[in-house]
Write a protein that binds this ligand. Structure first.
Ligand SMILES: C[S@@+](CC[C@H](N)C(=O)[O-])C[C@H]1O[C@@H](n2cnc3c(N)ncnc32)[C@H](O)[C@@H]1O
Length: 186
């Protein structure tokens, strides 16, 4: 049974594709994230799915840092728990259930926030982006990437405008195979 708050949410059974070892060949988490995440950071993985990026974030933040893995599907958080346990980094990860239109992270201050292939599934994008902006420490970084087969160039432009309305400042465009994205600061 799936916990679908929204018809477009990636079903939990997709985890076998999301966490496939083959994915590392085209989307290597370390290569993608290492320039942005330092030891001691508080990093947030929004829509963490099976934890494909959470585990690498936990390695990059090290023993002095922490990762908050956020998803609206409890099954996904359980997959993340198992994947983190197998990789020996579960003690650095907090599993955080959220609602479709509320991250419920009000008291958190993050150095780095990741949204990998998930914003197109969020019903109220402006509210989501406002919450991301509120979450970031001054000078913090928001790494946002979407699948180009779901989010066309024109729609991505519109989404960039929404991010800027939330106070996020576009810094580095991400151009990768099958993807379009942006690194923001605040
Ligand atoms: C395509 S998967 C990507 C998972 C992971 N980021 C990755 O790249 O491996 C999208 C994930 O976002 C989650 N998601 C969708 N809408 C969400 C929302 N409004 N709030 C939090 N998580 C959401 C889904 O449950 C799913 O786990």
């Amino acid at each position: 049974m799936h916990n679908h708050a929204h018809p477009d949410v990636c079903p939990a059974k997709c985890v076998k594709w999301l966490n496939s070892p083959i994915r590392k060949l085209i989307q290597n988490p370390r290569k993608l994230l290492q320039d942005y995440v330092k030891p001691g950071f508080t990093a947030v993985d929004l829509g963490c799915g099976g934890g494909f990026f959470s585990v690498e974030l936990a390695k990059l933040v090290g023993a002095t840092g922490k990762v908050i893995s956020v998803d609206l599907q409890p099954e996904m958080l359980e997959f993340t728990r198992e994947y983190a346990r197998k990789n020996g980094v579960l003690n650095r990860i907090t599993l955080h259930p959220c609602a479709a239109n509320d991250l419920k992270l009000d008291s958190l201050e993050a150095d780095f926030v990741l949204a990998f292939y998930m914003v197109h599934e969020v019903p109220d994008r402006q509210r989501f982006l406002n919450q991301v902006a509120a979450l970031l420490k001054p000078g913090g970084c928001f790494y946002w990437i979407e699948p180009s087969f779901h989010v066309k160039a024109k729609q991505f432009q519109q989404m960039l405008g929404e991010a800027q309305s939330a106070g996020l400042i576009p810094k580095i465009p991400i151009k990768r195979l099958l993807s379009r994205g942006m690194v923001f600061t605040i």
